[in-house]
Design a protein around this ligand. Structure first.
Ligand SMILES: NC(=O)c1ccc[n+]([C@@H]2O[C@H](COP(=O)([O-])OP(=O)(O)OC[C@H]3O[C@@H](n4cnc5c(N)ncnc54)[C@H](O)[C@@H]3O)[C@@H](O)[C@H]2O)c1
Length: 254
């Protein structure tokens, strides 16, 4: 490529939930495209940051941050900017996905999922946007929604999860419009079934039922999400905001 519009060289990306799974894999993809990396997670991801910096020759660091705490998120933005000099890209990805039928949900179960998957994503997006605006610069925010925000999965029941992800898709569109004139783009990805630790412990007969409904005949890998996030983070997508890229092996098409 004469002009590499996908390059993230000179950019700094924050990845929430980057200790493992989709966050860790996408952090590697962003580093491969040249970005310096800051991982936030409930878990200490120092070793993951070292692995990324050794493998891709970028700067990488990790902070422990619970995205459900607005105070912790404010501190994490300030500390990340101080450590890296600037921030440009946010992969707003931390989430949880318990399976509980609605009739068995306690108010606390409902609130926990909403707190991490919706409130946390909102706190991080808004705090990151305030930082960009204060620096008088634009940036790119990519939220991890899910195909569960578009369809209802079976045989498992998780109305709380589905509702939180549907809200993330519409929150993404709303923020994209609010911040369009500020040069901050906001998009989401909606993965289908992706083979990560999150679903490792799911009963095998459910996983078999999922795969039988996927036209590709298999689950996706976290690595298969990296290209879309690089696209949305980079200058390849300067006119794209408020979009939701579905990456699901055709699950939602049929
Ligand atoms: N795996 C799938 O099939 C799939 C499909 C669609 C969407 N998603 C979404 O992708 C995202 C990542 O999923 P995954 O499969 O990698 O899950 P995962 O459980 O493997 O990883 C999630 C990471 O988020 C972190 N985390 C959880 N709560 C947090 C909090 N309050 N603050 C900070 N970090 C927190 C965890 O410690 C973990 O490292 C989630 O938002 C999930 O809903 C996953």
């Amino acid at each position: 490529m004469k002009n590499d519009i996908f390059s993230l060289k000179g950019k700094v990306a924050v990845i929430t939930g980057g200790y493992r799974g989709i966050g860790k894999s996408v952090a590697k993809s962003l580093a491969d495209a040249g970005a310096d990396i800051v991982i936030w997670d409930l878990m200490d991801a120092t070793e993951v940051a070292k692995e990324i910096s050794d493998e891709f020759g970028v700067r990488a660091t990790a902070l422990v941050c619970d995205v459900t705490s607005p105070e912790a998120v404010e501190k994490a933005v300030a500390d990340s900017a101080a450590a890296m000099g600037t921030l440009d890209i946010l992969f707003n990805n931390a989430g949880i996905g318990p399976h509980t039928p609605a009739l068995e949900l306690t108010p606390a179960d409902w609130q926990k999922v909403m707190n991490v998957n919706l409130n946390g994503v909102f706190y991080v997006a808004v705090t990151f946007a305030k930082y960009l605006i204060a620096q008088n610069k634009g940036g790119s925010i990519i939220n991890t929604a899910s195909m569960s925000g578009l369809i209802v999965n079976i045989p498992q029941s998780h109305t709380h999860y589905n509702s939180s992800k549907a809200a993330v898709i519409h929150m993404t569109k709303s923020l994209a419009v609010e911040w369009a004139a500020k040069g901050i783009r906001v998009n989401s990805i909606s993965p289908g079934y992706i083979a990560t630790d999150m679903i490792k412990e799911v009963r095998q007969d459910w996983k078999d039922a999922w795969v039988s409904k996927i036209p590709f005949g298999r689950m996706g890998t976290p690595e298969e999400l990296g290209g879309a996030v690089i696209y949305l983070a980079s200058d390849a997508s300067t006119y794209t905001s408020g979009s939701n890229i579905v990456i699901d092996g055709c699950y939602t098409v049929v």
